[in-house]
Design a protein around this ligand. Sequence first.
Ligand SMILES: NC(=O)c1ccc[n+]([C@@H]2O[C@H](COP(=O)([O-])OP(=O)(O)OC[C@H]3O[C@@H](n4cnc5c(N)ncnc54)[C@H](OP(=O)(O)O)[C@@H]3O)[C@@H](O)[C@H]2O)c1
Length: 279
Amino acid sequence: MNEKTVKRKRIGIIGVGNIGSSILRGLLAADEGRSSGKIFISDVRRENLKSLESEQGSRVVACESNGELSKKSDVIILAVKPNDVDGVVKEIAPFMDEDKILVSVAAGVPTGAVERDLGEGKKVIRVMPNIGALVGESVTAMCRGAYARDEDEAIAKEILGAIGTVYSVQETDIDIITGLSGSGIAFFAAVIEAMAAGGLYEGLPHDVSLAISAKTALGAAKMVLAGYEPSAIKKMTASPGGTTIRGLYAMDAKDVKAAMMEAVIEATKRAREISSKAQ
Ligand SMILES: NC(=O)c1ccc[n+]([C@@H]2O[C@H](COP(=O)([O-])OP(=O)(O)OC[C@H]3O[C@@H](n4cnc5c(N)ncnc54)[C@H](OP(=O)(O)O)[C@@H]3O)[C@@H](O)[C@H]2O)c1
């Protein structure tokens, strides 16, 4: 990928709520040289624009409309709620020529549905990030529509790389990744919270227990990413008659593993329901 090509791209973000503003902050933190250091933003909530302008200064340019933003940008990141996608895509379609790339963040909205409203030949990339974007640790799944090419996906990958790790996937897998990662980060948050509550119950101060629980999760995640199988971590920790096997027994007795699997399966099912309505 030619880095200069990416850096020359003017980036706009429509909808700067939870995810849109995280992407914005990640981009600004990662590379001040993009878009001559400026990113265009638009949102129906003027207060979102104002607070980002006061936080980021001249590095962001608030646009009066989504149309103005689309006119000024080469890569348009669409980060509005799924129900608002249809209306926004129709609104910006007249400003989207075939060189521009629309990157849609919306859960459950297939590339085909966006292309239908945007017009034939228009480049669409669909991504599923997660809220880890706030700390530069988004897991982002990416696929492309019928008209986007390898180089368009590479540009989107580099842009979204500013907020974490990007995986190229088949569009048919996006709903699963929505369950596993888009929603899954909240499942891990619930586990961290529950384990911290256990520490609190036994007498640790709340903040100490929460920090230790989160750091322990981080350690487990880093070990798995370093190549240790989860079963190996359990084996290395559980000694005969010890504390770990007692805790693992308690988890099995409550079928925690089945419950965690179920969480991903149910979230995936819901993502598929939403997708089928948007077809
Ligand atoms: N949050 C997550 O963890 C997450 C993870 C992965 C993917 N996503 C996807 O990311 C998208 C955004 O989610 P979010 O949680 O960031 O939502 P959000 O916080 O509600 O942000 C969306 C923003 O867009 C604004 N908006 C609505 N209609 C608009 C329009 N026509 N033009 C311009 N701006 C408009 C909203 O204003 P109003 O509030 O007034 O409507 C809001 O400020 C969704 O499609 C979601 O599926 C979210």
